[in-house]
Design a protein around this ligand. Sequence first.
Ligand SMILES: [Zn+2]
Length: 488
Amino acid sequence: MSSNSNLVPIWAEKVAEQLGPGPHVVVTGISPSGNIHVGNLREVLVAEAVVNALKARGEEVRFVFHADTIDPLRKIAPGIPTDFERYIGHSLSRVPDPEGCHGSYAEHFLGPFEEALARMGMDIEVLRSHELYEGGSYAEVTREALEHTAELRGILQEVSGREMPEHWSPYLPRATSGQLTGARILEHLREERKVVFVDEDGWEEVADYSKGEGKLGWRVELAARWKALRATFEPFGKDHTSRGGSTDTADRMAREVFRYPVPGRYEYEWIQIKGKGAMSSSKGIVLLPGEMLDIMPPDALRRMVLGRDPARALDLDLEAGFPRFMDEYRADTEEKPVPFTHLVTVAQTVAGDPEKAAEMLRRSGYEGAANDPEKLRQDLTYARNWAKKWAPESYRFGVRDEMPAEVASLDAEQRRYLAAVAGRLEDGMDGDAVQNLLYSTAVELGLKPKAAFGALYTVLLGRKSGPKAGPFVAGLDTNFVRERFFSV
Ligand SMILES: [Zn+2]
């Protein structure tokens, strides 16, 4: 069992309490028609929190991710070649992968998301809707839907206020062309579980609905899916739960046609990326779960994406605000956490040398962190990835291999200061000792701290500012620093 299982927020406990005794089936579903982003992940995490809350109450729970792989391609995601237009109306599971790396268009987008769920240690069953249809899981509810076509049509018209076409059908058979739309059903062969239909070119065809040769229209499918999977809970984004939206129609269809109780519900709000706006695959404003897992552990991601209350909108800040988030997270989960900005300094100073990194942490007073090499390696990877991709410029630096050209700007006093420091620097000094040395030497020479520290950053980094000087210099090789300071 993964470490998240004891992480049960209060809102999830309340949901679990209202759901009452099980067995429970918690369902979450996403169409892999484009990048599955962190906004989509919020839904899965809401579901996971409720699963954990139910388990904590001793309930039996099945946790299902319903990937809508049989859905027709509606429009081409950004970056996909325009000749994919010819696949519009075809099942995502039967459209080729635009980049050729997966078995289908659906898998191309589902694959990375599934990998992220695995990296998070999530205990979830991923079901592909085309396989459910092919395996007959939808056969019974499809039969019911076809038999109640008139009632379903009536509900759609009443709730949406729109007139449905005369030959509207709850079922979309797949024509020989691959098209799921545009057909007209002539007859339902109940015993054979087939429909006879006229395709878009006027030819008569037959589809077996127990073998995945078509699918239910998505509004009907939502209600039918609850029954087919015996769902007892499903979270929804605000777009679905608006008036006349898909949950309004599905609720009535479930009660009046499928005779199935409407599952418990939680409405979550959208996630925005700070400074960029609401996440949207079609607008190309996308943050993938994998990108977040590159800079933080899974449980930190859970905390960040859920926020205090998923019913509220959230601004994700992976830039300037990120170190503070990580410090708050670590303060709650670790004994003596190393400040994230210090990890960023260590990661950029002794990149790739675990022993030097441990030594640098020891000298800055983080003995515990230094003695856990596996965790340290992971933390430094997060810090380095963040510095590369998200950190504001002020956090980014690299120690120069050669004397930077910028030293030309240093005056005689600053040079004298560096030489004095070099003469006093000793092996094995810790961060505080170096900080004191740097400061007292400046005072002694009558140099303002800004000029003194500016000189130090200039010879090491080629710029006027940098990370906290004491722990930074203490972490470097003493001989290297001495030589550099002397040779200015
Ligand atoms: Zn691919």
